[in-house]
Design a protein around this ligand. Structure first.
Ligand code: PLP
Length: 432
């Protein structure tokens, strides 16, 4: 990559695509096609045998989707990416790619509610145990590990607590024991590069900041290429033993000449082939539009959220404000170590009037949308205890940091004066 392509603002606009070779189109074309014509039988045979890379069928790869994959991989500094139909599909694939019946993973307790459900219930039905540990103590990951542990999993900036995850500390434990760290960086694109801090795989719900306009559901995995799957061959039989679903290919050997991409290639050519959770080319196009302005939007999200946190912190009806700019001690050290250029666009707070005041506040909002989403260019608000986290037991809700009176704000890129004016009038109404 040329030196002019090293900065996120430039990568977001140029990586993975320059101009369409056929038409010269500068915007990435939407290749809305299911299948691709082979040049001849030898070409077809080579593609299927992975002797040559190329398009076969859009369930497995597509040129529009490939631009999105390359662009985000370049932003993260990884070796390969895989776009999927949703963030949930990306998390599921990230684990199923290396874990099966009888295996386990160790996960942070601080998770999106949907991921918690996937881990606590659905993966269990697939024979994969998830051991939850408190990320405040990185050594808890080591203590929960045994010889069937296949991955560590965490979110960079999990809401509602908004405590930055100790990526380097846990990645180093993983390097010693031979367990890769998978990080969900959905809430912190651009401001955190998990691979640079030692994480091995990055996962995104592109539905949020990457799309940025609330139009499409999508997910993405980026392989850092830094985990030595061969060295830990006993722990990772799926990557080191012949795969009966692909003419007995041993993934760490089969793609070695192409680079350290065994993990991400296997996910594409076996899991995506078999489970089919592909991103549509049209959604990939919309995500590419989002990526182009992502660095700029993140700057504004972060600046607005920090101003809102300051405002709420001084308000008499607010008992607690949750935002990394307000942390002290170890939490502040971690926020500063892992986030740069801002502390993200999410802000939480608790109202003195508890659950009822929370409801009145949400109903009084005029600019903010009341939706189950984050990362939109528009400002959003929700009451997690009765919505996103309602399927969790009260104990599990508390373990993830959701209290009765907690309100979550996803601060948009509107003018900050208008955002604060809406909060001001809604807080006045909430106080009754
Ligand atoms: N990870 C995080 C942090 C999320 O907030 C979400 C969705 O809210 C997901 C994963 C799941 O993503 P999706 O809704 O795209 O399946």
């Amino acid at each position: 990559m040329s030196p002019s392509f090293t900065r996120p603002e430039t990568i977001a606009l140029h990586a993975g695509y320059r101009a369409d070779p056929t038409t010269g189109a500068v915007a990435v074309p939407i290749y809305q096609t299911t299948s691709f014509q082979f040049r001849d039988t030898e070409h077809a045979e080579n593609l299927f045998a992975l002797k040559e890379f190329g398009n076969i069928y859009t369930r497995i790869m597509n040129p529009t989707t490939a631009v999105l994959e390359e662009r985000i991989t370049a932003l993260e500094g990884g070796v390969g990416g895989l776009a999927l139909a949703s963030g949930q599909a990306a998390t599921t694939f990230a684990i199923q790619n290396i874990a099966g019946v009888g295996d386990n993973i160790v996960s942070s307790t601080d998770l999106y509610g949907g991921t918690w459900n996937l881990f606590a219930n659905t993966l269990k039905t697939m024979g994969i145990e998830v051991r939850f540990v408190d990320p405040a103590d990185p050594q808890a990951f080591a203590r929960a590990t045994d010889d069937r542990t296949r991955a560590y999993y965490a979110e960079t900036l999990p809401n509602p607590k908004l405590h930055a995850f100790p990526i380097r500390e846990v990645a180093e434990i993983g390097n010693q024991i031979g367990v890769p760290l998978i990080v969900d960086n959905t809430a912190a694109p651009i401001i955190c590069k998990p691979l640079q801090h030692g994480a091995h795989i990055v996962m995104y719900s592109t539905t949020k900041y990457i799309g940025g306009h609330g139009t499409s559901i999508g997910g993405l995995l980026v392989d850092g290429g830094t985990f030595d799957w061969e060295k830990h061959a006993e722990r990772f039989p799926m990557l080191n033993q012949p795969d009966p679903s692909y003419h007995g290919a041993i993934w760490t050997q089969a793609v070695k000449p192409l680079g350290p991409i065994a993990y991400i290639i296997k996910a594409r050519v076996t899991l995506l082939r078999d489970l089919g959770a592909a991103m549509s080319p049209f959604n990939a196009f919309l995500f590419i539009q989002g990526v182009e302005s992502l660095p700029l939007r993140m700057e504004r999200h972060c600046a607005n959220a920090a101003a809102v946190a300051q405002y709420l912190n001084k308000h008499s009806a607010v008992t607690k404000v949750i935002h990394p700019s307000l942390w002290e001690g170890e939490e502040r050290r971690r926020a500063d170590a892992y986030l740069s250029g801002g502390y993200g666009g999410l802000v939480g707070f608790e109202l003195a009037g508890g659950r009822e005041a929370g409801r009145r506040f949400i109903d009084a909002l005029e600019l903010f949308y009341h939706v189950a989403n984050i990362g939109d260019a528009r400002s959003l608000a929700i009451h997690p205890a009765t919505t996103t986290h309602s399927q969790l037991s009260p104990e599990d809700q508390l373990a993830t940091g959701v209290t009765e009176g907690y309100v979550r704000l996803s601060i948009g890129i509107e003018h900050v004066d208008d955002i604060i004016a809406d909060l001001e009038q809604a807080l006045a109404k909430a106080a009754g």
